[in-house]
Design a protein around this ligand. Structure first.
Ligand code: PHE
Length: 339
């Protein structure tokens, strides 16, 4: 039987079929192991070399056509597509949802603060948590007799070799690193972990996070510091916030100031959160001390700059009304899921 007569035959035969059983008989006749298609395929090896490929293709096309016709007929008779693997599954059954994690609130607040300074043109730089005593203290004009250099106030690492190493107690040593390796103009923010041997309580932890910021160029003024910090405070706490600068002392800035914002709970009227003062301290700041410039090899007659440092936990606690710093580190999902 040749291909064309088989084509004509199936076309006429399939029209008369109206039960699954007769359709199955038809399928066996054409597509079965000893069916017409198998016979055609079996005749290929006996053909002249040059005709085999073309004939094989024709047989394949015919087989596909017959398969299609039979499937179509099956649908027509039973109203069903061929058995789907989904038919034995209840696809309406709700799945088991996978919970997605998210960034820790401290990471979120850090990112938010850095984004505000990025918009003002600050670069984000990181430094190591293990520092030299020089970068953490001496280079920053913190004298040997300063209480923070006491072994009870800083985690020193046992290092038989000089230089003496420690866990940095603030992010300010990154000022030294950046200034030693780059030339002004500089505008940098430095997020990172810092360590102090404090007993853990509602407001203290032996490890917490700071963000340092500093700008160095010709003609940088205290008003530039105020402007940058105002953009930051309004960005984090809202446009209505007021700021005040209180004189303070840091060895590495002169003049120095602590910065307060109007209490976000009572709007400055006085409440238990601000200790009836109406103000909340948020960071330390000042104009970079000429001795720091001298230590990094900058000309302090040519360049001026400002610096500031803030605790991220403190900012996050104020922003979200959190009253215990330990919540950040206990990893209790009931707390973390709220952010
Ligand atoms: N490093 C200071 C601290 O940890 C904060 C600070 C940074 C103050 C930069 C002034 C300038 O308390």
């Amino acid at each position: 039987m040749d291909i064309n007569s088989i084509k004509a035959q199936i076309d006429s035969e399939i029209g008369n079929i109206n039960s699954p059983e007769t359709l199955e008989e038809l399928r066996v006749k054409y597509l079965g192991r000893k069916g017409l298609i198998a016979q055609l395929t079996g005749s290929i090896p006996g053909m002249p070399q040059g005709e085999r490929a073309a004939f094989g293709q024709e047989v394949n096309a015919l087989k596909n056509k017959i398969t299609f016709l039979i499937d179509e007929k099956h649908m027509g008779i039973t109203g069903n597509t061929t058995e789907s693997p989904l038919s034995s599954v209840d696809i309406g059954l709700p799945g088991i949802s996978q919970e997605l994690g998210h960034l820790h609130p401290i990471t979120q607040v850090t990112n938010e603060i850095c984004a505000i300074f990025s918009q003002m043109g600050f670069a984000i730089v990181e430094g190591p948590e293990i520092e030299t005593e020089y970068n953490n203290f001496t280079g920053l004009n913190i004298p040997l007799e300063h209480p923070s250099r006491d072994v009870f106030d800083t985690f020193y690492l046992k290092s038989p070799d000089s230089p003496v190493q420690l866990l940095r107690s603030h992010t300010s040593p990154v000022q030294i690193r950046v200034m030693k390796s780059r030339k002004p103009p500089l505008a940098v923010v430095v997020p990172g972990r810092v360590y102090r041997p404090d007993a853990v309580n509602v407001s203290h932890s032996f490890m917490f996070h700071q963000i340092e910021g500093f700008v160095v160029d010709e003609n940088i003024k205290f008003s530039d510091l105020k402007g940058a910090l105002e953009v930051f405070a309004k960005g984090i706490f809202g446009k209505k916030i007021k700021m005040r600068f209180r004189p303070h002392f840091f060895p590495f800035t002169e003049p120095s100031a602590e910065v307060d914002i109007s209490c976000i709970i009572c709007q400055g009227k006085g409440c238990s959160v601000c200790g009836q003062k109406g103000w909340l301290e948020i960071l330390g700041s000042g104009m970079i001390h000429p001795n720091v410039f001298k230590n990094v090899g900058y000309d302090s007659k040519k360049y001026t700059g400002f610096a500031f440092g803030m605790g991220v936990e403190r900012i996050a606690m104020l922003k979200y009304g959190i009253d215990d710093i330990r919540l950040f580190f206990e990893n209790d999902l009931r707390f973390l899921k709220q952010f």
